[in-house]
Write a protein that binds this ligand. Sequence first.
Ligand SMILES: NC(=O)c1ccc[n+]([C@@H]2O[C@H](COP(=O)([O-])OP(=O)(O)OC[C@H]3O[C@@H](n4cnc5c(N)ncnc54)[C@H](O)[C@@H]3O)[C@@H](O)[C@H]2O)c1
Length: 271
Amino acid sequence: MSYQLLKGKRGIIFGALDENSIAWKTAERVHEEGGTFVLTNAPVALRMGQIDALAEKTGAKVIAADATNLYDLQELVEKSIEILGGKLDFVLHSIGMSVNVRKGRHYTDQKYDFTTKGWDVSAVSFHKLMQTLYQKEAMNAWGSIVGLTYMAAQRTFPDYNDMADNKAYLESIARSFGYFFGQKSQVRVNTISQSPTMTTAGKGVKGFDGFINYAEKMAPLGNASALDCANYTISLFSDLTKMVTMQNLFHDGGFSKVGVSQEVVDMFENH
Ligand SMILES: NC(=O)c1ccc[n+]([C@@H]2O[C@H](COP(=O)([O-])OP(=O)(O)OC[C@H]3O[C@@H](n4cnc5c(N)ncnc54)[C@H](O)[C@@H]3O)[C@@H](O)[C@H]2O)c1
């Protein structure tokens, strides 16, 4: 269903790797809602992923950018404004990667150059992106910037590894930059704390099947899908949420507020 909530709005979408990606679904929904955008991902992801199919479907241009590289970000922002014909109204940061997770290093046995790399990609890149947008005055007033996070920033999930720390840092950057961006140019910055979702990044977490099924049984509404997340992001990009900023917004079917569900209690009852 389309409400044309983003008609006339321009933006950049980071992180669409394949059709399971949260950013992929978001790009499709932004297109349906009348927004125009540039798609971007790391050069290696552009080679391995299927972004061209998405670009064709949504009429978007694709620009390669490593989100940890300031030069790439500057080029991306400048070219996007040129291609789209004006300053930006929305930006989605949908990026995450832990080298420790990828290489199977336990949280208590991290290799710190892996830790630093994952932190740079998953958290500091959000600051680098916003600093680039801020210094170039690339955002229109009342624009909206969204980053994606997970509740492991607040509560411990053993297999989430150093991504938990990265997400805590990411959420803090959203608050801190949200202050300065709001004051300077009425730009909003929020993070969405999404349910576990079957994507390439999600499946990288050890024991993900158990994890996602558990969340499904705990949340009164069940897990939010990637499409649900895309829809929520549309609302944050729209003018209907103008006064929401510096928030970490749980989008998890209620999971984060439940102590235990009856379904889970029943599983532990002695019959
Ligand atoms: N899948 C889940 O369970 C879940 C839950 C909550 C939050 N999230 C978050 O949602 C976001 C999107 O992840 P997803 O689940 O759609 O998985 P995904 O694997 O489809 O997307 C992650 C993206 O990050 C990109 N990326 C990695 N390094 C990069 C770099 N240096 N520069 C630019 N891009 C880079 C990848 O190419 C990929 O497109 C991430 O921040 C993730 O942590 C995911």
